[in-house]
Design a protein around this ligand. Structure first.
Ligand SMILES: Nc1nc2c(c(=O)[nH]1)N[C@H]1C(S)=C(S)[C@@H](COP(=O)(O)OP(=O)(O)OC[C@H]3O[C@@H](n4cnc5c(=O)[nH]c(N)nc54)[C@H](O)[C@@H]3O)O[C@H]1N2
Ligand SMILES: Nc1nc2c(c(=O)[nH]1)N[C@H]1C(S)=C(S)[C@@H](COP(=O)(O)OP(=O)(O)OC[C@H]3O[C@@H](n4cnc5c(=O)[nH]c(N)nc54)[C@H](O)[C@@H]3O)O[C@H]1N2
Ligand code: SF4
Ligand code: SF4
Ligand code: FES
Ligand SMILES: [Mo]
Length: 892
């Protein structure tokens, strides 16, 4: 519709407000209670404009065809100014001390010429609440605009805040009014970000000194890939805020990306290369880049010449950029001459890569996360997004609050289980039985899309045959749940118009993880909920910031970039031509196979980039044995990780805040990473380290810059052909596949056909097989391991931030009934013994775990969870069975 603002004609979409029209016309009205991320409230009245001689709040008045809006209407301006003066009359004048770029209130006062003389808040004196490390409240600056309360409810979904008191004394309170720290706040920072007056602030922004510069980049913690703005002062991060127009996070973030940046200036950062001069027993000492590079180059070359290139194993980093991963696999193949290169996706979503490829064609989720907006039913299986992918967890909460149905399948009563329509508390390792049981109900009760199955799917006969063995009673018995619960889950998914599946490591990190993915994918195929218009498909919640990209770039023993098979001679020839060297043909070793080969003496050197294998890989006793058996261990890290500690040479690397490149997030979006800080000391990006090392070995990797590396990858990889730094800088993030410069990336895949050999989605008939580790009389409990909100994987970064105040140590979750039986109280120490070793934990009694099951994370080196974990790995993919370890418990 068309209307005018100050005589300027503007066109706005239906549903737009007068404020939208004002903005479209380039005019300005101040706002205080308005935030584009929230439902408008229209309470502060500083946005009044003149419409037909009447003063109307721009934020809540709908724009109408032919409307004539005036922002300079004298009566409206006067009323707005009066509203503002009344509002500030309750505030102390120091409200004006907040820098204008951090206070909409100060900007509104400047707009109307309201000065300190109008402020008179001497009476309130309500004080500050600085109990929380990140959220700081100055009660006297609160203007009761309700934005923080709405942010916590409408965006974050935590409902931690409310307004309390009357009249001028109305104030925000957290939880039941005690200290912020004891409220249910999850430190997403949303309230701080929206507060217009400086009443809510954060440490780096309480400091009035100006910000030197800001950089827009992608979060380097989890695979959501939030777009963040980094505010830098004196080459230190002052604050990180979410970008409002960001495609994935839409102005939101979580405690890690938003606040956990202090690790960048930790005194533990590695600032020089380290080397052991007198063998393994001698200490790691600082050295020059020259010496470190020469030693590594010489020893790698010697091992290659003596034992062959396959005596070297390289682990590339899911934390590093695409460009660095591209170089790492090129280094392994073209300089060392081996396909022994792998990455951390082996430990998490390798079964997704194999399973999704077999079912649909590509090794990634089928849809863009934006498609969730259209869903009416979400089935979440083995994923805990409110802790592991918090921005998506928050989005899912909002979808459910707005009416989408929710099915949660998880052995633990996760946060989202509390709001689920159906919660299936299935036993760890029972996924295949559960999904087969649901599939059987979908078919038996007529929810399957027969047309879709006839024209676009294969394998129905075999599946129907197999499902004869999975009546819902049987499936429910295996899962340890009521048959009705499974039937209800199937009916909710079956009756939905646009059901979505969201899953995580609870499906993949099992002895039969690929079967889990395939049988889960079956549900979407049966329902015709993938590859069809408006569908929501199957989203795999990829973990690390760039675990998708590390695999996309070919840091895999059997694939070149873009999942092009190493065994395909044409593909190898294409790379060989471009690289000017031959590409080794035999698929290399996977991570866990490298350890076995090292113990057997076949692998003599391990080159590890940004992965703390000695802490995070399963059965870490075995990992240590493998590293000890090697002649050379090299680590690139930000810190002296457990692995770096065991290395012969350590290269100081830089973090995502200090480097240039791209990451691929969990929904296949390629996004730019830009340096905000200069690196500490002599630390260098992994990109530069690999270039220097190749050069020292007398080889050249080409692609002198990250932009060049992505360009080279695009030349050789059809699914990345249309993606370049220049285009990302110009157009913003792009989904792969993106096959040409002039094509948009494909968010929703397979609309025409599936990328399988026959173009059909492949149903899989897979029987349930029990987990690799079984509890018995000696080891009666099942230990599940996974994520906690505030810490991240090895904890190397999150432990070096004030997140430690939010969670200072690891705990073991135990059901209160088990606690009572074993006479273990909250906070007591227990020894947990698995078939490998024993580790002592402090107990947290909670009914989020089922009786007989335990849960913990792996973020703290002093409680080495992975010394305990199962040594079973899936045969197809080599993915470890992190989710099931049989253990016993003993109070100490
Ligand atoms: N805060 C935080 N966020 C993170 C990380 C972190 O360390 N901390 N790590 C990142 C990484 S690397 C990854 S891969 C992702 C992981 O993200 P998720 O996969 O969501 O995380 P997990 O907690 O490992 O596992 C998810 C759930 O699987 C459940 N589960 C275990 N066994 C089974 C089973 O047999 N069946 C079913 N249905 N469920 C089961 C667990 O109870 C758990 O709630 O998170 C990423 N984000
Ligand atoms: N028990 C149990 N264990 C698990 C899991 C589980 O569910 N249960 N999950 C597994 C999963 S899914 C994963 S992904 C792994 C994660 O395990 P890791 O990959 O080992 O853990 P991270 O802490 O993500 O990062 C590894 C190292 O990279 C460093 N680093 C960060 N950024 C950079 C960079 O840009 N360059 C370089 N060179 N180094 C960098 C960090 O300091 C850290 O030491 O853990 C696995 N381990
Ligand atoms: S930081 Fe987030 S969770 Fe905490 S009170 Fe503010 S909006 Fe709510
Ligand atoms: S949700 Fe993930 S990507 Fe977003 S801020 Fe948090 S850790 Fe970073
Ligand atoms: S911003 Fe419009 S009434 Fe507050
Ligand atoms: Mo992961």
């Amino acid at each position: 519709m068309r209307l005018s603002v100050n005589d300027v004609s503007v066109e706005v979409a239906g549903g737009a407000s007068v404020l939208d029209a004002v903005k479209a016309a380039g005019a300005v009205v101040p706002t205080l209670c308005y935030d584009e991320r929230l439902t408008p409230q229209g309470s502060c009245r500083v946005c009044l404009v003149g419409v037909k001689g009447r003063a109307m709040p721009a934020c809540t008045t709908p724009a109408a065809q032919g409307m004539a809006v005036r922002t300079d209407d004298p009566a409206a301006r006067r009323s707005a100014q009066l509203a503002l003066e009344l509002l500030v009359s309750q505030l102390p004048a120091r409200a004006l001390d907040v820098p204008a770029d951090r206070s909409e209130l100060v900007r509104a006062c400047q707009h109307f010429g309201v000065t300190a003389s109008r402020f008179d808040g001497a009476t309130r004196n309500a004080g500050v609440d600085h109990s929380h490390p990140y959220v700081k409240l100055d009660r006297d600056l609160c203007i009761a605009c309700n934005r923080c309360v709405r942010m916590c409810a409408e965006v974050q979904g935590t409902f931690a805040l409310s307004l309390a008191g009357r009249g001028f004394d109305t104030l925000v309170v957290a939880g039941t009014g005690g200290p912020w720290m004891s409220s249910p706040c999850v430190a997403c920072g949303g309230c701080v970000d929206t507060c217009p007056s400086g009443a809510l602030s954060e440490p780096g922004l309480l400091d009035p000194r100006p910000i030197s510069w800001t950089t827009t980049t992608t979060c380097g913690y989890c695979g959501v890939g939030c777009t963040l703005r980094v505010h830098v002062r004196d080459n230190e991060v002052a604050a990180i805020t979410p970008v409002h127009a960001a495609p994935v996070n839409r102005g939101h973030a979580c405690v890690k990306g938003r606040f956990a940046h202090a690790f960048t200036r930790s005194r533990d950062r590695l600032t020089t290369p380290l080397i052991r001069r007198g063998g393994r027993k001698s200490p790691l000492e600082p050295t020059s880049w020259d010496e470190a590079l020469t030693v590594v180059a010489t020893r790698l070359a010697a091992i290659r010449d003596r034992h062959g290139p396959d005596a070297i194993g390289m682990i590339s980093s899911a934390r590093a950029t695409n460009e660095e991963n591209y170089l790492a696999q090129k280094f392994a193949r073209a300089v060392l001459g081996t396909n022994n290169v792998d990455n951390c996706s082996r430990l998490c979503h390798a079964p997704s890569a194999v399973g999704l490829t077999a079912s649909f064609g590509y090794a990634g989720g089928t849809n863009s996360v934006d498609d969730l907006d259209g869903t009416d039913c979400i089935l979440i299986a083995g994923a805990n997004p409110t802790e592991a992918h918090p921005v998506i967890g928050a989005r899912i909460k909002q979808l459910v609050l707005r009416g989408a149905r929710l099915v949660v399948i998880d052995p633990r009563r996760i946060d989202l289980a509390e709001m689920a329509d159906v919660y299936v508390q299935a036993k760890p390792g029972s996924n295949v039985a559960v999904f087969n049981g649901i599939a059987r109900v979908l078919l038996d009760e007529g929810y399957a899309d027969e047309e879709f199955l006839r024209t676009r799917a294969s394998g129905l006969a075999e599946l129907t045959d197999l499902l004869r063995d999975y009546p819902v009673d049987h499936a429910a018995r295996v899962a340890g749940v009521q048959p009705e619960t499974l039937t209800m889950a199937a009916r909710l998914y079956g009756t939905a118009r646009r059901p979505a599946i969201v899953y995580g490591l609870g499906i993949t990190e099992h002895a039969h993880g690929t079967d889990g993915v395939r049988t889960l994918a079956n549900l979407a195929i049966l329902k015709g909920a993938v590859g069809t218009p408006g569908c929501c498909g199957v989203l795999s919640m990829r973990g690390q910031n760039n675990v998708q990209g590390a695999s996309d770039m070919g840091a895999l023993p059997d694939m070149l970039p873009g999942y092009q098979h190493i065994t395909n001679a044409d593909v190898r020839a294409r790379f060989a031509r471009h690289w000017g060297v031959s590409v080794p043909e035999r698929p290399g070793l996977r991570i866990l196979e490298m350890f076995e080969a090292a113990i057997a003496g076949r692998v003599r050197a391990m080159y590890v980039i940004g992965e703390d294998i000695a802490q995070t890989d399963p059965d870490s006793g075995n990992v240590r044995k493998a590293l000890a058996a090697c002649d050379l261990v090299v680590s690139h890290d930000l810190f002296l990780s457990r692995t770096a500690h065991l290395a012969d040479v350590v290269f100081p690397a830089v973090s995502f805040l200090e480097k240039d490149g791209t990451f691929v997030n969990f929904d296949r979006r390629v996004q730019r990473v830009r340096p905000a800080l200069t690196p500490p000391g002599q630390a260098k990006p992994d990109f530069d380290i690999l270039q220097l090392l190749a050069h020292t070995m007398g080889a050249e990797l080409g692609c002198p810059t990250p932009a060049d590396a992505l360009a080279e990858c695009a030349t050789l990889t059809p699914t990345f052909a249309g993606i370049s730094h220049a285009r990302l800088d110009r157009d913003g993030p792009l989904h792969w596949p993106c096959r040409a410069e002039d094509q948009p990336g494909e968010g929703r895949l397979y609309l025409d056909s599936f990328a399988t050999h026959d173009g059909r989605a492949a149903l899989a008939a897979r029987p349930y097989l029990p987990p690799g580790e079984q509890p018995d009389a000696a080891f009666p409990y099942v230990l599940i391991t996974g994520r906690r909100l505030v810490h991240y994987n090895s904890g190397s970064m999150s432990r070096r931030t004030p997140n430690m105040e939010l969670r200072p140590r690891e705990v073991l979750d135990l059901h209160p009934d088990d606690g009572a039986r074993l006479r273990i109280a909250d906070g007591n120490l227990v020894e947990v013994t698995s078939r490998r070793t024993a580790v002592t934990f402090s107990v947290h009694l909670t009914d989020t775990v089922a009786p007989g099951q335990l849960f913990t994370s792996f973020n703290f080196p002093d409680t080495p969870t992975n010394a305990l974990t199962s040594d079973v790995a899936e045969t197809v993919t080599g993915c470890p069975e992190y989710k099931v370890t049989a253990v016993s418990l003993r109070p100490v």
